[in-house]
Design a protein around this ligand. Structure first.
Ligand SMILES: Cc1cc2nc3c(=O)[nH]c(=O)nc-3n(C[C@H](O)[C@H](O)[C@H](O)COP(=O)(O)OP(=O)(O)OC[C@H]3O[C@@H](n4cnc5c(N)ncnc54)[C@H](O)[C@@H]3O)c2cc1C
Length: 253
């Protein structure tokens, strides 16, 4: 079996993997892999939008809304990071060309989603995920230090005791690749594809999480799965079309 070396390997080409790639120093050689087509991630499916802190006066209410939605089991410091960094990240996304809806005067237009006590969501039509993720992908594709391999699945982690040395991957034709890396980033999404009826891509089965568990890597709050209560009914297994959360956020029952 072929063994190759890279500085950083990223498993997943959704928003999290792409955003991570954009923050790795440019002198690092990076390999990104994905199980399916590069654009087939839940990030491309996200519809309603992305929440952002209005200003300092909004902090307590944003925190309370988020904790309430998480049954107060959220890790408070993670929520704090999410809220505090939200405005900077929106600015960064706008820098990558993301076109959020704006009012006639040029200021951002906000909509409302479930559990938010006020409109706090930036959006692009009802395809916010596609707008954000395709811009991130375009920016990553410009980086000379990144190689993206589609239809390549992580099947194990290479480890020496407690040290992660990289990953073992399987290509479309069944060939295995041992990829040694100084840093391994799992940005492999959720487990929604395990359900017969789901709004998620069926290949998102949480296998990378299972591999992590097998290696004794601690996972947190993995029993929390966001259930979309509104989708178009389909009698066949596979992905169902989501009726956007913003429809409920704006008051639909
Ligand atoms: C229909 C829908 C609408 C949504 N709307 C919103 C919304 O409005 N606002 C919001 O904030 N969130 C929304 N979400 C949730 C949001 O899309 C996800 O939380 C987010 O996209 C997760 O990003 P990610 O990068 O972590 O994972 P994903 O985008 O799912 O990417 C996972 C990546 O990992 C790869 N991968 C997984 N396992 C392996 C493996 N073993 N080997 C190789 N590659 C692997 C996959 O191929 C994929 O590239 C929505 C989700 C859905 C399904």
């Amino acid at each position: 079996m072929e063994t190759e070396k890279t500085d950083v390997v990223i498993v997943g080409t959704g928003a999290s993997g792409l955003f991570a790639a954009l923050h790795v120093p440019r002198d690092k050689k990076m390999l990104m892999i994905t199980k399916d087509d590069v654009e087939n991630s839940d990030s491309f499916l996200a519809q309603g939008g992305i929440c952002v802190l209005h200003d300092e006066n909004d902090y307590d209410s944003f925190m309370e809304d988020t904790l309430k939605a998480g049954h107060y089991e959220n890790r408070r410091e993670s929520v704090d990071i999410m809220i505090r960094s939200s405005r900077r990240i929106i600015d960064e996304l706008v820098g990558y060309g993301v076109d959020f809806a704006r009012k006639a005067d040029g200021s951002f237009d906000y909509t409302r989603e479930g559990c938010h006590s006020r409109p706090r969501i930036l959006f692009h039509k009802d395809i916010t995920g596609k707008e954000i993720t395709s811009r991130l992908l375009a920016a990553v594709r410009e980086l000379p230090n990144v190689t993206i391999c589609d239809y390549t699945t992580m099947v194990d982690i290479l480890a020496d005791g407690n040290t992660c040395l990289g990953i073992l991957a399987r290509e479309k034709d069944g060939a295995y690749r041992a990829i040694e890396a100084g840093n391994t980033i799992l940005a492999s999404g959720g487990i929604g594809g395990l359900y017969d009826h789901s709004t998620n891509f069926p290949h998102l089965t949480g296998d990378a999480l299972a591999i992590a568990m097998r290696h004794g890597i601690a996972l947190e709050n993995i029993d929390y799965v966001q259930i979309h209560p509104t989708s178009l009914y389909s009698s066949r297994p596979g992905r169902s079309f989501l009726i956007s959360e913003s429809v409920r956020g704006e008051g639909a029952k």
